[in-house]
Design a protein around this ligand. Structure first.
Ligand code: AMP
Length: 216
């Protein structure tokens, strides 16, 4: 199963991707996570990407296409993968098609998560994660069972993304509507698009996503 999760920042792509990973055992390929790892590691790509990410803009198609192309060649992607945060431009969408065609693979489905802007801003403003295992929490929606302790790994260190602030979020939303939302029409025209109400609670969204996947 090869699927794309499409939606603006804060729509719940990462959360739903994690649940699909657990249920179907296919990896989540988040270009945002890969780029943050490159920034952290201080690689050449990371150095080029940092300022762009901090400003809420898009890293070049050339860089992200190369990262994804390399990643989907890894053995753990053999039975499928979830693209989370990629493609984000029409150029990336064409590149995805080309990458898959070259490997003799096809795309199973594109799931769009639809969420209102005010809710996206609210979700992103309250978002933080475990510094050790990356589990994602929220100030009001999803607090750890024991305050200050990660449910998954027990770490007491948490962090917030530098781009999860109101100013950068405004820029990221603008970029989403200008550069990424055209992909909705692109995949609709190919008969690959399924849309889910991402305003519903997380478990309900998961049920909707699973209903789509079970029909593949
Ligand atoms: P995300 O974690 O998906 O919200 O991504 C965080 C940031 O990484 C974005 O605001 C972009 O600067 C960059 N980024 C992630 N994925 C892509 C992509 N497919 N194309 C360009 N930039 C990306």
């Amino acid at each position: 199963m090869r699927l794309i999760l499409l939606g603006p920042p804060g729509a719940g792509k990462g959360t739903q991707a994690q649940r699909i990973v657990e249920k179907y055992g296919i990896p989540q390929l988040s270009t945002g996570d890969m780029l943050r790892a490159a920034v952290q590691a201080g690689t050449e790509v990371g150095k080029r990407a940092k300022a762009v990410m901090d400003a809420g803009k898009l890293v070049s198609d050339e860089i992200v296409n190369a990262i994804v192309s390399e990643r989907i060649d890894q053995p753990d992607c053999e039975n499928g993968f979830i693209l989370d945060g990629f493609p984000r431009t029409l150029v990336q969408a064409d590149a995805t098609e080309e990458m898959l065609r070259a490997k003799g693979l096809d795309l199973s489905v594109v799931i769009e998560l639809k969420v209102d802007d005010a809710e996206l801003v609210r979700r992103v403003a309250g978002r933080y994660s475990c510094a050790q295992c990356g589990s994602v929490y929220h100030d009001t929606d999803k607090r750890p069972v024991q305050e200050g302790v990660c449910d998954k790994c027990g770490s007491t260190h948490f962090k917030r993304r530098p781009d999860d602030n109101p100013e950068t979020m405004t820029a990221r939303l603008q970029v989403y509507y200008k550069e990424t939302s055209p992909l909705i029409g692109y995949y609709h025209a190919k008969g690959k698009l399924r849309s889910v109400d991402g305003m519903a609670d997380m478990d309900h969204v998961t049920q909707e996503v699973e209903a789509i996947l079970s029909k593949l």
